[in-house]
Design a protein around this ligand. Structure first.
Ligand SMILES: *[C@@H]1O[C@H](CO)[C@@H](O)[C@H](O)[C@H]1NC(C)=O
Ligand SMILES: *[C@@H]1O[C@H](CO)[C@@H](O)[C@H](O)[C@H]1NC(C)=O
Ligand SMILES: *[C@@H]1O[C@H](CO)[C@@H](O)[C@H](O)[C@H]1NC(C)=O
Length: 250
């Protein structure tokens, strides 16, 4: 067993120890996205972010980047804002067609949420909205929109319903896809949230879902071949979050 195998085994030992898997696992990816982002802020954006962060954050944006996952129960309306489901196997994303919650309310998907919280933050420093929450939501959703399985197939609920096996350990595709998020770095250019979602569904089809059919037995070939994709997506999310915040706080 190589070192990387050992790391994956540790990850799965941790994952299987507690539920919900995808939230617990997502903390590391989101943390890295926000660390990358905060290091790239202009002084104006940096000041605004420090001003808006709750005092418990001690000025560290990354420490609040999973806040949105922690309030999914308290704010049930926010749950559909973490992802967007697209028609099975179509491998395309369309805002009008896909960005809604299960009751059909338009805008209730990750792309609509990014636009919503961007608009709110543009009112800084005064708004009727809680801009501390707007910042924490935006920082989180910019990570989510870059995760291939947060832009996934409708009947699969973002990779959570396809059961796969890593060697013999039963897990779900969402958590196994995110294994490689432990490592990161790279760079990319800014673009709009719709494009991020399109990239993610393309990655989901080309990499994440590919070979991970129902009850598939995933091995190192699967994980190691996906690792660069996940690293790139984390780096892109961090760079793009910084660009967005730099444009908002001028
Ligand atoms: C926009 O943000 C507000 C405040 O958090 C929230 O009540 C509303 O549901 C959000 N709408 C969307 C589409 O994200
Ligand atoms: C804004 O939201 C934060 C985080 O939930 C909370 O601690 C703070 O009290 C809220 N501020 C106001 C004015 O409601
Ligand atoms: C991993 O699984 C794939 C598909 O079942 C197989 O083609 C490949 O040889 C396997 N690789 C290793 C290292 O076991």
């Amino acid at each position: 067993m190589g070192l990387s195998n050992f790391v994956y085994m540790m990850v799965f030992a941790l994952l299987t120890a507690g539920a919900p898997l995808s939230y617990a696992w997502g903390v590391d990816g989101h943390y890295m996205v926000c660390r990358i982002a905060q290091s790239r802020l202009t002084s104006a954006a940096s000041s605004a972010v420090l001003d808006l962060l709750p005092s418990g954050a001690n000025g560290d944006l990354a420490s609040e980047c999973s806040w949105a996952d922690n309030v999914r129960t308290a704010y049930p309306w926010s749950s559909p804002l973490h992802y967007v489901d697209t028609p099975d196997n179509l491998c395309t994303y369309d805002y009008t067609r896909d960005c809604h919650d299960s009751s059909g309310n338009a805008g209730y998907c990750v792309v609509g949420a990014i636009n919503n919280y961007t608009t709110q933050l543009l009112q800084y420093p005064t708004s009727t909205y809680n801009l501390t929450q707007a910042l924490m939501f935006l920082a989180h959703f910019m990570g989510d929109v870059h995760q291939p399985l947060h832009v996934g197939f409708t009947t699969d609920a973002g990779g959570n319903s396809i059961t796969v096996y890593w060697y013999t350990t039963k897990t779900n595709l969402h958590s196994s896809d995110q294994v490689s998020q432990w490592d990161a770095c790279g760079s990319s250019s800014a673009d709009c949230a719709n494009n991020f979602a399109t990239e993610s569904i393309q990655d989901a089809c080309s990499y994440a879902y590919k070979d991970a059919y129902q009850n598939a037995r995933l091995n190192d070939t699967y994980f190691l071949s996906r690792k660069p994709i996940v690293e790139t997506r984390i780096a892109q999310a961090g760079v793009r979050l910084a660009n967005l915040l730099n444009q908002i706080f001028v």
